[in-house]
Design a protein around this ligand. Structure first.
Ligand SMILES: Nc1nc2c(ncn2[C@@H]2O[C@H](COP(=O)(O)OP(=O)(O)OP(=O)(O)O)[C@@H](O)[C@H]2O)c(=O)[nH]1
Ligand SMILES: [Mg+2]
Length: 305
């Protein structure tokens, strides 16, 4: 690249924020063209900020997926939500993703209040348009724009991709002129160890119900490149002995299936054989242990430091 070409490139950060379950992680994966952030039908899936990097034309956008914003109860949730707001404050642009089917509910109103002092350039993405009729969508767009001065409003389906290209183009134009911030072929700055732990957590979310997934965290303890693939050891931490038993399942059936599913997907992602070993341990108070957040890539709320 000559110096003149370099000046013409654009690069910047777009924070994807919104209520939990709005489809933020689904959108991130679609924008990147690869799964890097886990997705489930359950609320509060994403816990830390996950960055996905995409290049369109001469623009590099670092999309920051954030945890959904909701009313926090314990320290972990406070850390999740603080990280989401910090993502919004630090970004060049904010993309507010909402579930068009749910409409302007209390969660959205709280976020709009928060956005007032915290972010300037906010684009609204009405997501899940595949589930809503056009006249209702237009009404919602109008209602939202009366409530907040959005720079732009787009209608998308993160799931089937409708409107996502237009959104990419729109955001690209808003990025500041800058050299690229990461190597051109890099798609995330999350270490593979962390993505691998997230994948296992996703499988736990999908297989187990009620409060168990929320009281669970996964850490990659060992990652060794071997001649015949990668050997990975992970620990699943739970808060109570009976949760440990449920995760293991009858004759270890649950943990075996969780391991199989995670291993299969990791293998596809890495393009090699994965040998995955899962251990389940009780750590009663992990949700209040800041050390665990650092492992997840979450920052500890300032008030707690
Ligand atoms: N019908 C439909 N479903 C969608 C769309 N986008 C996402 N979903 C579904 O919505 C659910 C939540 O998606 P996620 O991407 O995990 O949502 P999120 O906003 O990241 O949620 P948190 O991480 O919990 O804050 C999943 O079941 C997705 O498959 C869409 O465009 N249309
Ligand atoms: Mg998410």
């Amino acid at each position: 690249m000559t110096e003149i070409d370099e000046i013409k490139t654009r690069a910047g950060f777009v924070a994807i924020i919104g209520p939990t379950n709005a489809g933020k992680s689904t959108l991130l994966n679609r924008l990147i063209g690869q799964k890097i952030s886990i997705v489930t039908h359950k609320v509060q899936t994403t816990r830390a900020m996950i960055r996905g990097i995409a290049v369109y034309d001469k623009t590099q956008i670092v999309f920051v997926d954030t945890p959904g914003i909701f009313r926090a109860r314990h320290l972990l949730e406070k850390a999740m939500i603080q990280n989401a707001w910090e993502g919004a404050e630090e970004a060049d642009q904010v993309l507010l993703v909402m579930d068009a089917r749910r409409g302007k509910d209390e969660a959205i109103e709280r976020i709009l209040e928060g956005l007032e002092g915290k972010a300037k350039n906010v684009t609204l993405a009405l997501n899940k348009v595949d589930t809503v009729k056009k006249p209702d969508l237009l009404k919602l767009a109008e209602e939202m724009n009366q409530a907040f001065p959005f720079a732009d409003t787009v209608m998308i389906s993160a799931q089937n991709g409708s409107g996502v290209m237009q959104l990419q183009r729109l955001l690209s134009k808003k990025m500041p002129i800058s050299p690229f911030l990461y190597p051109e072929d890099q798609i995330s700055d999350s270490p593979m160890r962390q993505i691998a732990a997230e994948l296992t957590r996703e499988k736990i979310f999908l297989r187990l119900h009620q409060e168990i997934p929320y009281s669970t965290t996964v850490e990659t303890e060992k990652w060794e490149d071997k001649r015949n693939g990668i050997r990975i050891e992970q620990t699943v931490y739970v808060t109570r002995e009976n949760h440990r038993r449920i995760i293991l399942g009858h004759k270890g059936e649950n943990i075996r299936k969780i391991g199989q599913e995670a291993r299969k997907e990791l293998g596809e992602m890495m393009g090699c054989e994965i040998h995955l070993f899962l251990f389940v341990k009780v750590r009663e108070n992990w949700q209040n242990d800041p050390e665990r957040y650092t492992q997840m890539g979450l920052e500890i709320p300032k008030s707690q430091k």
